[in-house]
Ligand binder design. Structure first.
Ligand code: DLL
Length: 463
């Protein structure tokens, strides 16, 4: 059934009111010193939970009253906004997922008239329709504030020169990071991804202190610096804020050593906002802090959907608490990680590294594995580079995985071949599955210009 467009809807679009904040906090955040933490960053756990309940009630009511798909979903489950008396009550509400948003393509999931949407982004989606996301003026302001918060937390300072190599366009990375960096009062170079030689030239000439990009693109840039005869460790870069794809602690060490800088994680997804949902402290480098004044995280068992406790591994689920254009409630991200108590922002929990996405899990002859496990093992072997691909094939009846990995340029081919044999052995021991390892010459494998596709599945489709 086609639902009426939001603009023509008879019910007025009531965006959540500006949520109440504890009285002692100055609400005029725009006039604050950009170098200091936002007051909400310093809230205690009890203050955060109090704020979350108010905002959650407003969000669920807003979605129910203004998005027919939410109303239909909740009516079918016999729940409604009045059922939310505590944070625990959220568990009564059904989950949503990408399909829920796709069914609302392009604008039916918006809770405000289209004219109040100031910007659209979309996630590419490997198959089918893109997922369209929208932002009101206030949503854009919140996004920039949270992105600025992440950057500050990761060691970026007002006045820094910031080279932004996240892709600009429909992807949320480029523009999301851009406005956050401006909000923090840095100088932004809107470079976008690709054109690595040009990137090298601008980094050499402008001397940015900060780079924003995906971890695999920073590796691409390391090669480009070497090609230009420049040691990546000699650049002006001191801080990298990296995200948009899974990366391991071993990759962090590799990047920090190569560029002689400090690398921090930034997490987000377009449906929930874009980059800036969580960001990592430069002082601790102990996982990204989720900004719980705006997002309520849960961890569930991806198979039976049961809630899991802090510290347990499972799938991350998000509810937005302040979004006006596109309220998101109990959204299954498919990202696998765990929640941990807050550290230097004690009121806000942290997330562990994303080990993978449940839809990126390789099932190889009954054994489950993720590319991040291979990354971790491969980077322990000095002869091998961080450039690898996983190729899945089924030559006869059995699945086969081939790890194609480049040797490091400074390693002799024989030593690298021996490391390849050792890699296959270690994968067998730690993952439990045998695979073939092909050690390739430096520069053979495709390089990243943004999110890198590690898995190349050539198995015939079943069914
Ligand atoms: O990748 C937003 C983003 C841009 C985040 C720039 C960080 C930096 P999407 O294209 O919607 O949005 O993809 C979201 O990317 O569900 C994760 O699977 C993955 N992802 C994002 N950040 C991280 C991270 C952006 N820090 C999907 N670590 C998410 C691991 C990440 N995976």
């Amino acid at each position: 059934m086609a639902s009426p467009s939001r603009a023509a809807d008879s019910s007025p679009a009531t965006a959540p009111e500006t949520p109440s904040r504890p009285a002692e906090v100055d609400p005029e955040s725009t006039r604050r010193d950009p170098a200091s933490p936002d007051p909400e960053e310093l809230y205690s756990r009890a203050e955060i939970e109090e704020l979350q309940l108010t905002r959650l009630q407003q969000t669920v009511r807003h979605a129910y009253e203004n998005v027919p798909a939410y109303r239909a979903l909740y009516d079918a489950h016999g729940v409604g906004p009045d059922d939310l008396q505590s944070l625990e009550d959220l568990a009564k509400f059904p989950f949503t997922d990408k399909e829920f948003l796709r069914a609302a393509y392009p604008f039916e999931a918006f809770a405000v008239p289209r004219e109040q949407i100031r910007r659209l982004h979309a996630s590419s989606g490997t198959t089918g329709l893109p997922t369209v996301v929208g932002y009101t003026d206030e949503d854009l302001d919140t996004w920039a504030t949270l992105l600025a918060r992440c950057l500050r937390h990761s060691g970026v300072r007002p006045g820094d020169l910031v080279h932004n190599a996240y892709g600009y366009g429909l992807f949320t990375g480029g523009l999301g990071a851009h406005y956050g960096a401006e909000k923090l009062q840095t100088t932004v170079v809107p470079m976008s991804g690709g054109q690595s030689e040009k990137q090298v030239q601008l980094i050499r000439d402008f001397r940015p202190r900060v780079i924003l990009c995906t971890p695999t693109y920073l590796l691409t840039l390391a090669d480009a610096f070497r090609d230009a005869g420049i040691d990546p460790a000699e650049t002006s870069l001191e801080v990298a804020v990296l995200g948009a794809e899974p990366w391991t602690e071993q990759m962090r060490e590799e990047i920090e050593r190569t560029f002689a800088l400090r690398a921090c994680d930034i997490y987000g997804l377009s449906e929930v906002m874009g980059p800036g949902v969580a960001g990592e402290s430069a002082a601790r480098q102990d996982g990204s802090t989720i900004w719980e004044d705006h997002f309520l995280p849960e961890i569930i068992d991806p198979l039976d959907e049961h809630p899991l406790s802090t510290g347990e591994d499972g799938e991350l689920v998000f509810t937005t608490l302040t979004k006006q254009a596109l309220p998101i409630i109990r959204y299954r991200t498919h990202d696998l990680t765990r929640l941990q108590p807050g550290t230097d922002r004690p009121g806000h929990r942290r997330m562990g590294r994303i080990t993978g996405r449940s839809d990126d899990m390789i099932i190889l002859r009954g054994v489950n594995l993720f590319p991040s496990q291979i990354e971790e093992i491969a980077l322990e072997l000095e002869a091998l580079s961080p450039h690898f691909q996983l190729r899945l094939s089924r030559p006869e009846t059995m699945d086969r995985m081939t790890v194609r990995i480049e040797r490091r340029p400074e390693t002799a081919a024989e030593a690298a071949a021996a490391a390849g044999v050792e890699l296959a052995r270690r994968i067998k021991v730690s993952v439990g599955s045998s695979c073939e390892v092909c050690v390739e010459e430096p520069g053979t494998l495709a390089r990243s210009s943004g999110k890198l596709r590690r898995i190349h599945d050539q198995r015939p489709r079943s069914g």
